[in-house]
Design a protein around this ligand. Structure first.
Ligand code: 5RP
Length: 219
């Protein structure tokens, strides 16, 4: 099976978590895109969706799925999104696509976070994938120096602006043994909007696409 076939398999499985007549939170990236393709097939069963990026909103609208503003939604029973890395404890690195801040907001509101990923994303320790940090542009140099002090190698994501008008600094070489602590520490730096560690609010369920089928971790 190819990586895309594994992503499609978890996207199909994730449809089982869609709550009848509810608004559903939808993430960003190629795995989330496969999920949107599946969601479109059952769109009459949902009230609409909240999107974690402009790109996702456009794809949902393209299928005629109503996209709601998060502020007009009282309840979000489930949020479905991919990850760049995830551990067995369901802590993640996200933000490879640069949508980390909106993803973190939607994940915070949702009662259940269902992560969908192919098996290449499961890691024993987070940090091989560079950690994305969304930064207010004037704080670029300061935040980069703070990342060096943390033991990382910061690199500006060239030519990229987030949906919120900010920059992304990707931080290489962090071996993240305590993701909850590192997440809070980086978020505490002036100028950081948020970082791509999803540990404080990790996933509740991981649907992992493997060659022998979809493996479920969590509940
Ligand atoms: C975007 C994300 C994505 O979920 C993450 O990058 C995984 O993407 P893909 O499904 O394409 O591998 O966090 O900001």
């Amino acid at each position: 099976m190819t990586q895309d076939e594994l992503k499609q398999a978890v996207a199909r499985e994730a449809v089982k978590y869609v709550v009848e007549d509810a608004v559903i939170g939808v993430g960003s990236g190629s795995t989330a895109d496969f999920f949107i393709d599946e969601l479109a097939k059952v769109k009459n069963r949902i009230a609409g969706a909240v999107a974690s990026s402009e790109k996702t909103a456009a794809r949902l609208k393209g299928y005629g799925i109503p996209v709601q503003n998060l502020n007009s939604v009282n309840e979000l029973p489930v949020y479905i999104d991919g990850a760049d890395e995830i551990t067995e404890h369901l802590a993640m690195i996200k933000g490879g696509g640069g949508a980390l801040t909106r993803e973190k907001i939607v994940a915070a509101v949702a009662r259940k976070f269902v992560c969908i990923a192919d098996e290449s994303k499961l890691v024993p320790v987070l940090g091989e994938f560079p950690l994305p940090v969304e930064v207010i542009p004037m704080a670029r140099g300061y935040v980069a120096r703070q990342m060096v002090a943390l033991g990382g190698t910061p690199k500006l994501r060239e030519g990229f602006t987030t949906d919120n008008g900010n920059i992304i600094i990707d931080v290489w070489g962090l071996k993240i043994l305590n993701p909850v602590e590192i997440e809070a520490r980086i978020n505490n730096i002036a100028g950081v909007v948020t970082n791509g560690l999803f540990a404080q609010r990790g996933a509740d369920v991981l649907l992992l696409g493997t060659k022998s089928g979809v493996r479920k971790i969590g509940k």
